[in-house]
Ligand binder design. Sequence first.
Ligand code: HEC
Length: 198
Amino acid sequence: MTASTPSASHKEVALGHAYDGIREYDNPLPGWWKWLFIGTLVISPAYLMYFHVGADGRSIEEQYLAALDANTKKKYAQIGDLTPDAKTLVEYMGKEEWLEVGKSIYKVNCVSCHGSDGGGVIGPNLCDENYKHIKQITDIVKVINEGVAGGAMPAWATRIGNKNDIIMVSAYVASLRGSKPAKPKGPDGSPIAPWSAD
Ligand code: HEC
């Protein structure tokens, strides 16, 4: 391989090192590139203020969440108000698209204490076979609604206003059981029987 020879009209200054036959020259950046860069610097404070500091709901992420929320409400209208019984929870544990709804509620409210994959941080591991306050699947709804341990696990009934949201996040939590989180916290409480729809 031979390195390309710069044409005579160019006044590049070779920097004196070559790698694999490619020699480095000290060429200035093209003018358009510099102006584009300066342009981004000039625009960025306004961009930052508009999308991240000013009013809520302007960032792409917030717009996306709002759209998702609107879509969920539409879908909730089709299923009506669910009853938080074992049969419903087990049924919704098996519905992929509704688990996604539960997962998004979990991501917003629960990750800080239970970890993004349920492995447990301040709160216990939700993926293993051991539970402190749960014997059957409906206890999940109760714990989430009312909280436990004097608010160390907060009560969510008033914060997550929609009862279907509570059911979706409960079904999602139930579905985490048996999954393999990246950094599982050690077991808390005692092993319980598999989820039952009765
Ligand atoms: C501020 C931290 C915090 C947040 C946020 C939080 N939890 Fe908890 N959670 C805890 C703690 C701490 C416990 C264990 C309480 C105890 O030791 O008795 C717990 C317990 C639980 C349990 C019972 C586990 C067991 O072994 O019995 C479930 C289920 C649960 N949380 C679900 C959720 C869900 C769903 C959310 C989001 C809607 C959530 N938690 C948000 C801290 C939190």
